[in-house]
Design a protein around this ligand. Structure first.
Ligand code: ADP
Length: 319
């Protein structure tokens, strides 16, 4: 393999830059030419491709977002659209591709692989919703952004004796809600993986209030519904003053944590190693702190598993 391309696709995540840097430097280390493809699959179709040098990825390891930018591209879901991308790869002589993104991006990578272009997927999303990896790039940074916000909300919540409902991201996965809820000692955590008993949440709130608690924090994963709806229902059921904060896209930004930078560096380099070994159609990941790789389709056919023991623990600790 003499020429490798790298792109970021779908939702961005802090740490994607560290992954790009790792792919670029690892290629150059092995005397492989490396090409950055801007704006994901859209840029591939448009030929928005540039040769990267060592210095192209200098001073980005600490930056959020992605220096290659990202896009969603409906055209790439069609065989005609993908053919345009393949034409560009042929034009530049690119023999393999590293795709940094989520499950949608991995499907595109799988289809390109089936069309004869070896691709490796690197899981980059704050949602931590990719099967067969314990962590995705960006998750840890998002957790730290959320707990920083909750700590601040807690200060004002205590001053005013209020119930705070905080809606966090995660798409259909409850990982961000569960981890931040546990990290911040939330009274209740509502996640899509568990059918919550609303009465139980209300009971806990009332019990806490009677015990003299000055504030309560309820974390709602976006996958279970609107934080505003839950806030209204809680206020109606408890008569406690309730405020709602939707943290939104602040969770997608910021300088990546040390954990995400290291994870991204390891996974990006591993993707290049796999391409060098002639592997294709695989995703890289980390399980029990070991680097692993799995067939993309096999991985996506699995369901991402949230740690239900952690959920149980959160309940036990917020009695
Ligand atoms: P994410 O990768 O974060 O899950 P998306 O689901 O939006 O984000 O996917 C990103 C891009 O990947 C899409 O805009 C599209 O270009 C490509 N993609 C998604 N699904 C497929 C598919 N089934 N076949 C080919 N390309 C796909």
């Amino acid at each position: 393999m003499k020429k490798i391309g790298v792109l970021t696709s779908g939702g961005d995540a802090p740490g994607m830059n560290a992954a790009i840097r790792s792919v670029v430097r690892k290629c150059i280390y092995h005397d492989i030419e490396v090409y950055g493809i801007y704006y994901g699959y859209q840029g591939l179709i448009d030929g928005n491709i540039e040769k990267m040098e060592i210095g192209s990825v200098g001073d980005i390891i600490q930056r959020g977002g992605t220096m290659l930018y990202t896009a969603r591209c409906e055209d790439f879901k069609t065989p005609e659209g993908r053919q345009k991308g393949i034409d560009q790869l042929e034009k530049h002589g690119i023999e393999g591709l590293v795709v940094i993104g989520g499950d949608g991006s991995f499907m595109g990578a799988k289809k390109l692989t089936e069309a004869g272009y070896p691709c490796i997927g690197v899981p980059g999303t704050i949602d931590n919703d990719i099967p067969m990896t314990d962590f995705t790039i960006g998750f840890d940074t998002a957790l730290n952004t959320v707990i920083d916000a909750i700590d601040k909300i807690r200060d004002t919540a205590t001053s005013h004796e209020r119930t705070y409902v905080i809606e966090v991201m995660g798409r259909d996965a409850g990982d961000i809600a569960l981890w931040t809820g546990l990290a911040d000692g939330a009274e209740s955590i509502l996640i899509p993986e568990v059918d919550d008993n609303f009465e139980d949440i209300i009971e806990r709130l009332k019990r806490g209030h009677e015990r003299g608690k000055r504030h309560s924090i309820i974390i709602v994963a976006e996958g279970v519904g609107s934080g505003f709806d839950y806030g209204q229902r809680i206020q109606d059921a408890t008569s406690l003053e309730t405020r709602v904060t939707v943290l939104g896209h602040t969770q997608r930004g910021g300088s990546p944590t040390a954990f995400d930078r290291v994870l991204a560096s390891r996974l990006g380099a591993q993707a290049v190693d796999l391409l060098i070994k002639g592997k294709a159609g695989r995703m890289v990941g980390i399980q029990n702190n070991q680097l692993v790789d799995h067939d993309i389709i096999e991985a996506l056919n699995n369901k991402h598993q949230l740690d239900l023991d952690m959920y149980k623990l959160s309940k036990e600790l917020s009695i």
